[in-house]
Design a protein around this ligand. Structure first.
Ligand code: HEM
Length: 392
């Protein structure tokens, strides 16, 4: 057996994900140690899963692998996730399905057709701004602005308040802190909840405030944490879109290929999702003992699914380390799969599709004009800053 390029223990080091080569380690782990035990340190002990098949198996079995105890690794000293058992991401069936049903309508293909025009307007506005400014940050000025304004729109945040929310979420994401700890954001949503309790509108906050699960209305805490879940989860959209810019900057032949043949747009979007895999891990807690990849997982054990690793598994993706916008089939797990599959998946895809189309229509191309700064995290990955110039 060859020696691992770096110790698997480094998987919990944000520096490996920001500046190292986690893919070299994951490649080694998929081959030699696909189900690997990490002894507890600041983090609780957990199993690392790196193969596509194992990751997919766990995602698809929410009864055997619970989300209610948290879906991200947290230092033991921080205690349990406050959203455990309360939010969409952190509930198990059957409660999870009922909660999801409350908000699913806003994220469906049908509703996407209604807000696709709003996406186009938002994309045009951010691109016009970026062209006017000359140099801009693909993260702050384009992807973050676009994604936050869209989710805020669905939630019912009035247009005049969205810049504030944009600033606050940037502060929280850049500090790597949970939105729950960001007072202005939480106070803002409490006010909005009050407004929508008195006067319901056709938006997500109203649906949560007036919705019920098992015949019981949601508590204020549940509504608030679900708002936080929806806004917080959109961080992935900003990272994958900005990561898309980076992927094309690093593979200009693929951008040219898209320019030459726009019919490749749908497969290009899927390949950007696979390639960027901005959600670095999802966690589950086993509800009963079982064997996985030849190892014995005990009830209560934490299992961590390394999504970018599954998406480069050579057993599923031929030439997995090649960015190929015509890749087909491309059954990546960037948006999860199974019952907790990303509820924002239609929206995430629509944003990318419209953005790439508008870029092809309005600019000759784009170039990097400053240093790329990666996010330092083990939960998400992608650009924190990516200075670019759109070539009008
Ligand atoms: C390309 C961008 C995105 C990526 C890569 C992404 C990734 C993911 C992944 C991997 C999951 C599964 C988590 C798990 O099972 O533990 C997930 C769930 C979720 N995503 Fe996304 N996401 C993206 C965009 C969005 C957007 C735009 C929203 C909109 C608000 C969103 C909201 C959510 C929510 C609420 C969940 C939990 C769903 C549930 O548990 O039923 N995501 N996402």
């Amino acid at each position: 057996m060859t020696v691992s390029p770096v110790s698997p223990a480094r998987l919990t080091d944000p520096e490996l994900h920001a500046g190292g080569d986690p893919h070299a380690l994951w490649r080694w782990m998929r081959e030699h140690e696909p189900v690997h035990w990490h002894a507890p340190d600041d983090l609780p002990g957990f199993w690392s899963l790196t193969r596509y098949e194992d990751v997919s198996t766990v995602y698809r079995d929410p009864r055997a692998f619970s989300s209610a105890h948290g879906v991200l690794l947290r230092p033991t000293a921080q205690g349990a996730d406050p959203g455990g058992g309360l939010t969409l991401a952190l509930t198990d069936p059957p409660r999870h399905q009922q909660l999801r049903r409350l908000v699913a309508r806003w994220f469906s293909e049908r509703s996407a057709r209604q807000w696709e025009e709003a996406v186009r307007r938002a994309v045009r506005a951010v691109l016009a701004r970026a062209i006017e400014r000359g140099e801009s940050d693909a993260v702050h000025d384009i992807s973050a602005r676009l994604t936050l304004h869209l989710i805020a729109g669905l939630m019912g945040v009035p247009e005049g308040d969205r810049e504030d929310l944009f600033r606050w979420t940037n502060e929280a994401f850049e500090a790597g802190t949970s939105l729950v700890a960001h007072h202005e954001t939480m106070l803002y949503f409490l006010d909005l909840m009050d407004l929508r309790t008195a006067e319901p509108a056709d938006d997500l906050v109203s649906a949560l405030v007036h919705g019920s699960v098992d015949g019981e209305p949601l508590t204020a805490e549940e509504v608030l944490l679900n708002c936080e879940n929806l806004v917080g989860a959109s961080e992935n959209a900003r990272l994958s879109i900005a990561g898309g810019f980076l992927a094309f900057l690093e593979h200009p032949d693929q951008w040219q290929r898209l320019r030459d043949d726009r019919r490749l747009l749908p497969t290009a979007v899927e390949e950007v999702l696979r390639w960027t895999s901005s959600a670095t891990h999802s966690m589950r807690t086993a509800t009963a003992a079982r064997d996985l990849g030849g190892r014995r997982i005990e009830a209560g054990d934490r299992v961590v699914l390394w999504v970018p690793s599954a998406n480069r598994d050579e057993a599923v993706f031929p030439h997995a380390d090649r960015f190929d916008i015509a890749r087909r089939p491309n059954r990546h797990l960037a948006l999860g799969t199974g019952e907790h599959v990303c509820i924002g998946n239609v929206m995430a895809r629509a944003q990318m599709r419209v953005l790439f189309t508008e870029l092809l229509d309005t600019v000759r191309g784009f170039e990097q004009c400053g240093p790329y700064v990666p996010v330092r995290s083990i939960a998400v990955n992608g650009p924190e800053h990516l200075p670019i110039r759109l070539l009008a």
